[in-house]
Design a protein around this ligand. Structure first.
Ligand code: HSE
Length: 306
């Protein structure tokens, strides 16, 4: 294979109570990439459409992720990457992860898959490190593996794909303001109390259990973030009202998508998820802030070739 075209999806990290450890994959929004194998060694980003991002390899999340991969494999080939960005950087739905994960997925395919999807995750995490200062895996893992993923451990890396309830849909409102992940991490408190930890552990356990047993009410009860959301939600206009409107319309629950400013809700069934989108939009209608609404089932498969 000399060339590959990919759809590389947006993702929701944290999923409320799983800061840095839980993520899910979306399927109605994502970037496209074209990657070519060349006889000239090295990596080149030849085109970025849709966003103003650096073409220099060391400054581009896709570039550093591929460099990390190429350090671990002996190949006479080089790669040229074109990126068609639909996911805005700083949106909270995994823009950097889509680029980094897509790039390593594509290069791996063109090399006849020397690495498994799991093995690609640490390379993609190098892109996250460049973007936010932290090599978190809760966007790149669901982008590569699909569905819901849990990072059981960072050191050593231990990532588990968990059950994806069939009728679960996500609704996302993306206000057109930029919140950089690095800034959203800087506002986090450095210490948590035992009491807060107990609440968070209960909810994370409840959410994982609810996902496996497909107990939608349990999923809803567990979508609560005691630790991170209180510090970050103040950066997001109408956060509490959006969540309240979503729940009133039938959503199981919701929270900040990744590091924001996007807000997500989970619902049982597409119809409810669409109504939730309308309710979210109504909440934002009188603000002077543009926004997008996305409704998506949880994407069980992750990145796909086109
Ligand atoms: N877990 C990361 C954070 C996700 O919340 O900072 C960023 O998308």
């Amino acid at each position: 294979m000399e060339k590959i075209k990919l759809f590389t999806p947006a993702t929701i990290a944290n999923v409320s109570c799983g800061f840095d450890v839980l993520g899910l994959c979306l399927d109605t929004i994502g970037d496209e990439m074209i990657i070519r194998k060349t006889n000239k060694k090295g990596v080149r980003i030849t085109k970025i459409v849709g966003q103003n991002l650096p073409l220099e390899i060391e400054q581009n999340v896709a570039g550093v992720a591929v460099l990390a991969l190429l350090e671990k494999v002996d190949t006479p080939y080089g790669f040229e990457i074109e990126i068609y960005k639909n996911i805005k950087p700083g949106s909270g739905i995994g823009s950097s992860a889509a680029s980094a994960a897509g790039a390593v997925f594509g290069v791996n395919k063109l090399l006849d898959e020397p690495f498994s999807l799991q093995e690609l995750i640490p390379f993609a995490m190098e892109g996250e490190k460049l973007a936010s200062g932290t090599a978190h895996a809760d966007n790149v893992a669901p982008a590569l593996l699909g569905g819901f993923t849990l990072i059981r451990s960072y050191n050593p890396l231990d990532i588990i794909k968990i059950n994806n309830p069939k009728e679960l849909f996500a609704t996302v409102i993306h206000p057109q303001i930029e919140v950089k992940t690095a800034d959203a991490r800087a506002v986090l408190k450095k210490k948590v109390t035992l009491k807060e930890t107990v609440v968070q552990l209960g909810n994370l356990g409840g959410l994982i259990s609810g996902l496996y047993t497909e107990d939608y009410n349990l999923i809803g009860r567990s979508l609560h973030d005691e630790i991170v959301e209180p510090s970050r939600s103040i950066l997001i206009p109408e956060f509490d009202n959006v969540i309240a409107a979503a729940k009133k319309t039938g959503a199981l629950g919701g929270g900040i998508s990744g590091s924001g400013p996007s807000i997500f809700a989970l619902s049982k069934g597409k119809l409810t998820a669409e109504k939730v989108g309308l309710a979210m939009a109504k909440t934002y209608k009188n603000l002077q802030i543009d926004f997008d609404i996305h409704v998506s089932k949880v994407n069980a498969n992750g990145i796909k070739t086109l």
